[in-house]
Design a protein around this ligand. Structure first.
Ligand code: NAD
Ligand code: TYD
Length: 342
């Protein structure tokens, strides 16, 4: 098969390319990535065969090669490219609308013209909004996004649906819970807490750390996308989760335990605006129709993950570069200062 992957220099995309080329050795992947602050060439360092990176913006139609050229002869498009960090979308949402909404529209339109046989749109559980202490999201739950990030992803989901309904483009949507694993940008909870703990830096927990997230190892998500390509039905949406739901403070304390670091590193800081309280996914449809289930339990996956960040200091340095340190210290100081005044 020939696949076109967007956003393959980011966290999930690079893990997907690595997974796919390991398990489908004769396939080839064209990876279209703009290399924003979240894209990292080091995520692709070890890929030796079957992978070609085309550095470009999915919104840009004038660039050569065009998106039309790049979709020529591809069997499937897997669309990961996005602005993906909720806190950044709260600070400034324009880029989220441009890439996540307009970029998705551009790709859908080109895929329609090129009659692409499968278009997998990678969405998120955040489009459903927030749950209280009980309940689960099913694929029928109405979309109710709260952050500009979630709203932009919900807009993209609706466009994906419309291209199936209106034009018959064989689009399939996955809505996964929070992923974790190697090569994740350290702005996200698990790599931030792990790398800060390793460096003896404070661990900023928003509010009281009571919010609940469902955690899926990225390789289980890659297997789910593989199952979608093999058995997914066009026009359908599949929730992809693990059932492993924990509040943030529990995750942070587990990381500290695994690294044998003291809980005195924890700092409770100003909460995120409109912070979604809980996500939990009903994944019975994916289990039943895709014959997929997660294989990596959280305790085992977290151990593997913290070991990876411990062993890959050069990668951590490349991700925690100067611009990241500037962004992070500004964010940390304003949150910690605010919490201190309460
Ligand atoms: P990421 O931020 O690590 O990577 C995003 C990649 O997209 C980067 O390589 C970046 O350079 C690229 N990109 C951004 N804008 C682009 C543009 N205009 N043109 C081309 N490339 C561009 O994100 P991730 O965590 O790997 O998430 C991948 C996808 O999965 C996203 O669509 C996200 O919404 C979704 N998702 C993520 C999670 C999670 O926990 N990380 C959970 C559910 C769904
Ligand atoms: P994050 O990794 O940003 O993913 P998302 O917001 O998409 O769920 O955050 C996961 C949870 O961790 C979320 O409830 C916010 C919280 N969090 C902190 O408490 N401190 C932090 O420094 C970060 C980045 C997140």
């Amino acid at each position: 098969m020939k696949l076109l992957v967007t956003g393959g220099a980011g966290f999930i995309g690079s893990n997907f390319i690595r997974y796919w080329l390991r398990t489908h050795r004769t396939d080839c992947i064209c990876n279209v990535d703009k290399l924003t602050y979240a894209g990292n060439l080091k995520n692709l360092d070890d890929l030796t065969h079957g992978h070609e990176l085309v550095c470009r913006d999915i919104c840009d139609e004038s660039c050569d090669p065009t998106l039309e050229d790049l979709m020529e002869g591809v069997d499937a498009v897997i669309h990961f490219a996005a602005e993906s960090h909720v806190d950044r979308s709260i600070d400034s949402s324009a880029e989220f609308i441009r890439t996540n909404v307009m970029g998705t529209q551009r790709l859908l339109e080109v895929a329609r013209r090129k009659r692409v046989a499968r278009f997998v749109h990678i969405s998120t559980d955040e489009v459903y909004g927030a749950l209280g202490p009980t309940g689960e999201f099913t694929e029928q739950t109405p979309l109710d996004p709260n952050s500009p990030y979630a709203a932009s992803k919900a807009g993209a989901d609706m466009l994906a649906r419309s291209y199936f309904r209106t034009h018959g483009l064989p689009v399939i949507v996955t809505r996964a819970c929070n992923n974790y694993g190697p090569y994740q940008h350290p702005e996200k909870l698990i790599p931030l807490m792990t790398t800060n703990a390793l460096e003896g830096l404070p661990l900023p927990v928003y509010g009281k750390g009571e919010q609940v997230r469902e955690w899926l190892h990225v390789e289980d998500n890659c297997r789910a996308i593989e199952a979608v390509l093999a058995r997914g039905v066009p026009g359908e949406v599949y929730n992809i989760g693990s059932g492993e739901r924990h509040n943030n403070i529990t995750i942070v304390k587990t990381i500290l335990r695994l690294l044998d670091r003291p809980s005195s590193l924890i700092r409770f800081v100003e909460d995120r605006l409109a912070h979604d309280f809980r996500y939990a996914l009903d994944c019975s449809k994916a289990r039943r129709e895709l014959q997929w289930e997660p294989q990596i339990r959280l305790e085992e996956g977290l151990q593997m993950t913290v070991t990876w960040y411990q062993a890959n200091r050069a990668w951590v340095e490349s991700a925690k570069n100067r611009p990241f340190k500037d962004y992070y210290s500004q964010m940390y100081e304003s949150r910690a200062g605010y919490a201190g005044k309460q």
